[in-house]
Design a protein around this ligand. Sequence first.
Ligand SMILES: *[C@@H]1O[C@H](CO)[C@@H](O)[C@H](O)[C@H]1NC(C)=O
Ligand SMILES: *[C@@H]1O[C@H](CO)[C@@H](O)[C@H](O)[C@H]1NC(C)=O
Ligand SMILES: *[C@@H]1O[C@H](CO)[C@@H](O)[C@H](O)[C@H]1NC(C)=O
Ligand SMILES: *[C@@H]1O[C@H](CO)[C@@H](O)[C@H](O)[C@H]1NC(C)=O
Ligand SMILES: *[C@@H]1O[C@H](CO)[C@@H](O)[C@H](O)[C@H]1NC(C)=O
Ligand SMILES: *[C@@H]1O[C@H](CO)[C@@H](O)[C@H](O)[C@H]1NC(C)=O
Ligand SMILES: *[C@@H]1O[C@H](CO)[C@@H](O)[C@H](O)[C@H]1NC(C)=O
Ligand SMILES: *[C@@H]1O[C@H](CO)[C@@H](O)[C@H](O)[C@H]1NC(C)=O
Ligand SMILES: *[C@@H]1O[C@H](CO)[C@@H](O)[C@H](O)[C@H]1NC(C)=O
Ligand SMILES: *[C@@H]1O[C@H](CO)[C@@H](O)[C@H](O)[C@H]1NC(C)=O
Ligand SMILES: *[C@@H]1O[C@H](CO)[C@@H](O)[C@H](O)[C@H]1NC(C)=O
Length: 865
Amino acid sequence: MLLNVVLVLACMEFAKGDVFPSLLKTNATMAVVVDREYLAEFYGNITMEIERYLDYAKREFLRHNGLNTQFFAWPAINLKRDLSILLSITSCLETWKLFAGAETENLLHIAISEQDCARLPPNSAITIPIIERGQETPQLLLDLRTMDIYKWKEIVIMYQDNIPDDLLTRIIKSITRKLAKTTSSGVSLIKLTTKTFEDINYVYSSIRASMLDINPKTIGGNFLVIVNLDLVEKIMEFAKELNLVNTQNQWLYLISNTNNRVFNLKRFKKLLREGDNVSFIYNSTVVNTTCDEGTMVCHIRESLTGVLKALDDAIVEESEMADQVSVEEYEAIRPTKSERKRYLLEKVQKYLTEYGSCNNCTKWKLEAGETWGREYQTPGENSIADIQLVGTWRPSDGPSMTDVLFPHIAHGFRSITLPLVSFHNPPWQILVTNSSGEVIGFQGIVFNIIEELSKNLNFTYSVEVIKNYQAESNNSAFQTYNNESVDFINMAENSYIKTYGVPQIVLDMVHNKSVALGACAFTITEENKRMINFTDPISIQTYTFLSARPRELSRALLFISPFAGDTWFCLATTIISMGPILFYIHKMSPVYEYKGIRVKGGLATIQNCIWYMYGALLQQGGMHLPYADSARIIVGAWWLVVLVIGTTYCGNLVAYLTFPKIEVPITTLQELIDHKDSVSWSYARQSLFEALIKDSTENVYKTIYEKARDISNKRIMIESIKAGKHVYIDWKIKLQYLMKQQFVESDVCNFALGIDEFCEERIGLIVSTDTPYLIKINEEIRKLHQVGLIQKWLEDYLPKRDKCWKKKRSVEVNNHTVNLDDMQGSFFVLLIGFSIAVFVIIVEKMWFKKINKKKNRRVIQPFVT
Ligand SMILES: *[C@@H]1O[C@H](CO)[C@@H](O)[C@H](O)[C@H]1NC(C)=O
Ligand SMILES: *[C@@H]1O[C@H](CO)[C@@H](O)[C@H](O)[C@H]1NC(C)=O
Ligand SMILES: *[C@@H]1O[C@H](CO)[C@@H](O)[C@H](O)[C@H]1NC(C)=O
Ligand SMILES: *[C@@H]1O[C@H](CO)[C@@H](O)[C@H](O)[C@H]1NC(C)=O
Ligand SMILES: *[C@@H]1O[C@H](CO)[C@@H](O)[C@H](O)[C@H]1NC(C)=O
Ligand SMILES: *[C@@H]1O[C@H](CO)[C@@H](O)[C@H](O)[C@H]1NC(C)=O
Ligand SMILES: *[C@@H]1O[C@H](CO)[C@@H](O)[C@H](O)[C@H]1NC(C)=O
Ligand SMILES: *[C@@H]1O[C@H](CO)[C@@H](O)[C@H](O)[C@H]1NC(C)=O
Ligand SMILES: *[C@@H]1O[C@H](CO)[C@@H](O)[C@H](O)[C@H]1NC(C)=O
Ligand SMILES: *[C@@H]1O[C@H](CO)[C@@H](O)[C@H](O)[C@H]1NC(C)=O
Ligand SMILES: *[C@@H]1O[C@H](CO)[C@@H](O)[C@H](O)[C@H]1NC(C)=O
């Protein structure tokens, strides 16, 4: 219980700023600040007027309760809590100071102030600047600026010399003055001389001369043109001629010598081009009826009337509410102070808009050129730019906008439908068709990009499909892909992935502007730039070549691989020469004679010596060893040599056993040419690569071009690549599709891609040459590149990695077991040895037979002694 009371008290304390007695019990209190210093000699009359009018109005409009008023003659007052309305008549500076206090106390603030005063925020106060007739331009520009209707950092003001100097000064001030929220702008001034010339042609040429010097790069591209109506057309023409109305610049024409008999400025629309940023503000002041002057007294009366009527309404509403519920309930639901303030503010604003008559003749209209994408709409009336009313301005309540002043900067293409052209060319453009062949959707990298563009530039699109091109390219892949799994096999088999040969019909359509954008990926080439323009590249494709995967070399001759040929040769020579050397040293040695040892056989023949050396080499030793020291030294040295040779051979052989030798792969174009005797090659026909190498002066490319040999049948070509006899040059991604396809079919990786990547082919979308939107589109593409979306989309459509993608070419062998492949060489040696042995034995046999015959003949002869 106690806690509850404490809570309630705390709540009441908390909401104190909002606690305010009901209007039914107490009179509302209005503070009227009439600044004596600001009004000077008018002070007396104005105060009297207010008092007089209040007496009258209270009687007339405030029938249900009273209103207490407090008068102040100076603005520095303490805004007490029991006030609810503040009427201030003071300078701009003091008005803003008062407003700060009124805002915290939730007062309804009605400020009557001087001209060129930034308005108080329209959702919390009412500002009425007292503007003399014909002096409204500075206030107008200031209002547009404070309401962020144009946001320009730099402004080029072009003005006609009939503007009075003090007005010009005020215009510049209102554009440049530093305000709370908006930053100040830099201003360049260009005076258009018209007064000094009689002849209108001189006037025009002088204007043109002044405009000739303008360089938007240095002074900014935002132009504010303050001229008479009759000059607007000429200036628009000059601006176009001098290329000042390009896509980056914004033009705002302020025309003051018009009146309400000028209904709109649609006559200028023929001067607007696609993509221009041009808007107009013009005087639409009513001239022909009698108008109330916008004097201070008029405004005071009007606003007091509005306030009292609103207050009366509020009282009536509150009493109705109080009648329906009990007193306690009413205390709980009655409006708080800020709610009541909002209610009163809305009522007063509504009253002033509907019934306000002070200065009600002065009115300006704002019109905007609607230019984006108009060219591509259905031809006829619609196809030229339009000029539309986007808002009005009145001195009493400022600008009221129905749309933005520069619609395309805020809203891009404003949801219009742009026609595009496309054809089936996966993975760039994929037309999804249903079973009866109707195109029902669009996919692919290009359409992913288009989708993103349409979101950011605010347009929708309709696609014109070129069907003949599919037939031409023999593309039967015109079939349904479901969203998730794009069929890579079909893509490689059927698709052309062709971007180089632009179909003429697409070029024509883009060139003639019957479509806004070619939604197809094309190779960016100089010769096509004559008819169309390309966007920034969406992708860069490189060429490489497809060759057979390098295989292991045969291991039959593994046992000779540890030594190179010359080593083997030296070794053989050494063995053969060492035999005779040993023989002669052995023979010449006098040791045997001295010791009287004379042995037949052994090292006494040259053959035995060679045989011995050979045996020693294979570490077999020999039966006979020399006895002489000289010969022993030779043999000893030989044993050392044998040790070195043997160890080296064994070690190397193990290494060769462990790491099988791989064929030297072809990795660069130069290597391809070096192998031209064993390998032929071909490249994608009608591609950028062909065009480039045709005119190339580089030897490598020249050779590739001249010596290429096409294999027309694709199957045969693939077989011959697999066999290592052919190499095919094409886009890397196309070759990847091919590899994937072969892998899926055979589950073996038979192909390898070259390491060399050459001939970068840049792929872009196409637009017409003079389109103003290229910069915008490029900007969006750059953004997509930066966040990596395009790369991701491309990867989505590429074949996924598999084991054939391994960059490393050598087969990794971790634990190789020696098998017959490795050992076959030694068996061959054995076989050869055996064959030779058989041959030799036959020869020996025959030799023996022959000798025997001779012997026998000799035996038969009569033995004579
Ligand atoms: C004040 O009002 C009186 C009568 O309404 C008028 O004669 C006088 O000129 C006014 N004074 C000023 C300074 O306007
Ligand atoms: C409220 O105003 C009426 C008429 O103006 C007056 O008669 C009455 O005394 C006022 N009441 C208070 C509490 O000030
Ligand atoms: C606007 O037009 C009215 C009527 O023609 C004219 O009196 C007034 O001076 C014009 N405003 C400006 C700023 O020129
Ligand atoms: C209009 O001006 C803005 C800002 O200066 C610019 O970004 C835009 O591209 C221009 N309009 C067109 C159609 O380019
Ligand atoms: C004045 O306005 C009325 C209608 O508002 C029109 O009929 C009349 O022709 C106008 N007079 C002139 C001189 O424009
Ligand atoms: C201005 O207000 C007066 C008085 O209410 C009215 O007679 C007149 O028609 C209004 N003028 C315009 C242009 O609305
Ligand atoms: C697109 O244009 C429409 C029509 O002007 C507009 O209402 C909408 O706000 C714009 N959308 C965006 C995101 O700018
Ligand atoms: C294919 O789409 C077209 C157009 O949407 C439709 O008329 C046709 O009936 C569809 N065919 C099938 C088999 O769904
Ligand atoms: C399309 O294929 C047919 C037969 O398959 C062939 O005769 C024709 O030359 C091909 N056309 C093109 C443009 O490749
Ligand atoms: C193509 O666009 C570039 C800007 O991206 C422009 O510099 C070039 O002049 C354009 N080419 C033609 C022929 O319009
Ligand atoms: C060694 O070979 C066996 C049988 O081929 C294999 O299972 C094992 O993974 C291999 N070890 C290494 C480290 O490669």
